[in-house]
Design a protein around this ligand. Structure first.
Ligand code: 4AD
Ligand code: MG
Length: 439
């Protein structure tokens, strides 16, 4: 069933209703709750901007309207008209005394998501419906707030946003690649990072950031891995690794403060302990990789100098801190080829991971970039990467090389930490994981 009603005014939304108390209003939405005593009925509906309770006294509505009520099922789309009244007990502080009810689209009785516990696989199979539920709406609004805050942060600081290619020939990180045939050019790879293009853009524009989807064909089934995730990658000319970390802590503090200021209702909906977030203000502690290994060994970890740090190690390292923690200057062998050799200890590189508190793990990976042409070329060969594909990248070191650094913030991991959700699959509208391509 479909209805079209060309209208000269924009539809009223539930969030507009507090301004319309005392008037008659008309709104459209979907039924989320129904109950009736036989004499008085209640419809709770949602429209994506809020919830509205409509009160339907049998005596005060027409027989036809009362019958319409009887035909409602969960998720039926409806239009209601009636008087907007103050009711302090309701979310939004208003309710509607219903006068008219129109069914726009019926909803079959077997709507998959019922008011009961569902397993997560079932919910993911029904993600197109799961998204309609209050917790999911809150997470997506917080995600949107973070996305907007990211753009505001960089815009206010004079960064240029650069959109880097998703189909690439060059390779960025070590983890798995998704390949697709590309006409006569051989394989194209879905971008794992926009960074290398970001570096070229930094030489053109000074301060840039990218904001786009990135892809990793990793066979990881952890609560922190998606095969498609969104990454924000600033790249700044003439910033060294220290300036890079200052930018990261200012950035993360800004994002957290913004959500606290503008999304308190959503943080309540997801059950977040905001007292933990309120403490997140720069500066963040910095721990040298070597010291981190010593701390971990004292805590009983089997990690050895030279190893990359795993999820368990990361949790152990943050357990004594309330702030995100920088782990600095990892061994060269554990990190990507493009990181700058540490002049004070050439076994290591000038880089950092930023670990989120409360065991949410690595939220950011950043580094100063190798700006020495020959050292970079040697690292590319050492890693057995195809030097030809990196010719343009090496050129950046041939024509006016420059100190520069940048980082990548994983959006879903950041949303997961700020919302306090255990798994990042809830932090993107339609998650892509090793065993999930639908819906
Ligand atoms: O540490 P990564 O691999 O760093 C880079 O890609 C660099 N090119 C960034 C840069 O310096 N411009 O990834 C950066 C962040 C991680 O810290 C994590 O938050 C997120 O991206 N990330 C993932 N998020 C979800 N699923 C995955 N499979 C992820 N892999 C990385
Ligand atoms: Mg990393």
């Amino acid at each position: 069933m479909s209805v079209s009603s060309p209208s000269s005014v924009d539809p009223t939304r539930i969030s507009d209703l507090p301004k319309l108390v005392g008037t008659t209003a008309t709104v459209s939405g979907w039924v989320t709750h129904l109950r009736s005593s036989g004499k008085i009925a209640f419809i709770v509906m949602r429209d994506g901007t809020g919830l509205l309770q409509c009160v339907v006294p049998k005596k005060e509505v027409s027989e036809a309207t009362w019958e319409q009520f009887g035909a409602l099922t969960l998720e039926t789309s409806i239009t209601v008209s009636g008087e907007v009244r103050t009711d302090a007990r309701q979310v939004g502080g208003v309710e509607m005394g219903l006068k008219e009810l129109t069914i726009l689209g019926a909803s079959a009785l077997d709507y998959p998501i019922q008011p009961k516990e569902h397993g997560v696989d079932f919910l993911l199979d029904n993600r197109h419906f799961w998204l309609r539920t209050p917790r999911q709406v809150a997470i997506m609004r917080i995600r949107n707030e973070i996305e907007q805050a990211i753009h505001d942060f960089f815009y206010e600081r004079g960064f240029l946003r650069v959109d880097t290619p998703i189909l690439t020939a060059a390779i960025g990180e070590r983890s798995g690649l998704f390949a697709t045939e590309y006409f006569d050019e051989g394989n194209a790879y879905l971008a794992q990072t926009g960074q290398l293009y970001g570096e070229a853009a930094a030489a053109a524009f000074g301060k840039i950031y990218t904001f786009g989807p990135t892809f990793r064909a990793e066979k990881s089934k952890t609560r922190r891995h998606l095969t498609e995730f969104w990454m924000i990658e600033p790249e700044v000319a003439f910033n060294d690794t220290h300036a890079n970390m200052r930018l990261q802590e200012d950035f993360v503090s800004f994002l957290v403060q913004r959500v606290l200021e503008r999304r308190p209702a959503e943080l309540t909906e997801v059950g977040r302990d905001v007292s933990k977030l309120e403490k997140v203000k720069a500066p963040f502690p910095r721990i040298d990789y070597g010291d981190a290994v010593a701390i971990l060994q004292k805590k009983g970890s089997t990690v050895q100098w030279g190893d990359d740090l795993g999820a368990e190690d990361e949790s152990l390292l943050v357990e004594d801190h309330e702030l995100p923690v920088f782990i600095c200057n990892y061994p060269k062998k554990a990190k990507a080829f493009y990181m700058k050799e540490n002049p004070d200890d050439p076994r290591t590189v000038l880089c950092n991971d930023l670990l989120a508190p409360e065991g949410y793990g690595e939220m950011i990976g950043g580094s100063q970039r190798e700006d020495d042409h020959d050292k970079l070329r040697a690292r590319i060969i050492e890693e057995q990467l195809p030097v030809e594909a990196y010719a343009w990248y090496l050129d950046l070191r041939k024509y006016g090389t420059f100190v520069h650094s940048g980082f990548g913030l994983g959006l879903e991991r950041t949303v997961a930490w700020i919302c306090g959700t255990p798994h990042i699959r809830e932090c993107i509208a339609f998650p892509r994981m090793m065993h999930r391509l639908h819906p």
